[in-house]
Design a binder for this molecule. Structure first.
Ligand SMILES: [Ca+2]
Length: 203
């Protein structure tokens, strides 16, 4: 009797052998490689963690650099102000008045004001004379400038008042005004200090 599917049986046995052999080899290879895969996995995790820390450190450095840049910007944004006026008429007592952005008024009776920066550092009572008001770091806002003929001291002339303001970026002449009445504040002009420390003039 001729056996059925003989070739197939032989083939099947061979296939089983091959499959078992391959599976065994595969398992052995997997077992051998497993620690490497795990190790690589751990290495990648370390690498990711290291990169993350590096990124955080970079962020901190970037943040610190940004803060330094902001501080530098703020330092640059500040301006000083020196307001100077003069008059050439004899005997006259002219006064400079400066009203700062908070409304504080500096003049000979209030050369400094508690809680406010700025100082009337020069006050002359007999002309020819000059007056100076100065501030190291001028807060942004409007500074109103006035001149007052406090006393003629017998001189009937009308004093002409000139002057100049000095600041971070240079200086600018004040408009000339003539004072015609005693004890009446006359407006010279208004300075505006912008947030970036630059100036605007209204006269
Ligand atoms: Ca004066």
């Amino acid at each position: 009797m001729k056996p059925r599917n003989r070739e197939i049986n032989i083939f099947n046995l061979s296939m089983l052998d091959v499959i078992c052999g391959s599976l065994g080899a595969f398992v052995i290879i997997m077992i051998i490689l497993m620690p490497y895969y795990k190790k690589e996995n751990i290495d990648y995790q370390h690498e990711i963690e290291r990169l993350r820390r590096q990124a955080e450190t970079s962020d901190q450095r970037a943040s610190q650099a940004e803060q330094r840049a902001q501080r530098a910007e703020m330092m640059l944004a500040k301006t000083f102000l020196v307001v100077y006026i003069r008059w050439n008429t004899r005997y006259h007592d002219v006064d400079l008045h400066v009203i700062d952005p908070a409304g504080a008024e500096f003049y000979f009776q209030k050369k400094t004001i508690a809680g406010r920066q700025g100082e009337l550092s020069e006050d002359n009572q007999i002309g020819p004379g000059n007056e100076i008001w100065e501030i190291k770091d001028a807060p942004p806002g409007q500074y109103q400038l006035y001149a007052n003929l406090y006393s003629r001291h017998g001189n009937p002339e009308n004093p002409s008042v000139r002057g100049r303001v000095f600041f971070r970026d240079g200086s600018k002449a004040l408009p000339e005004i003539v004072l015609t009445q005693e004890k009446r504040k006359e407006r010279i002009g208004t300075l505006t200090v912008r947030d970036d420390g630059s100036l605007q003039f209204s006269w």
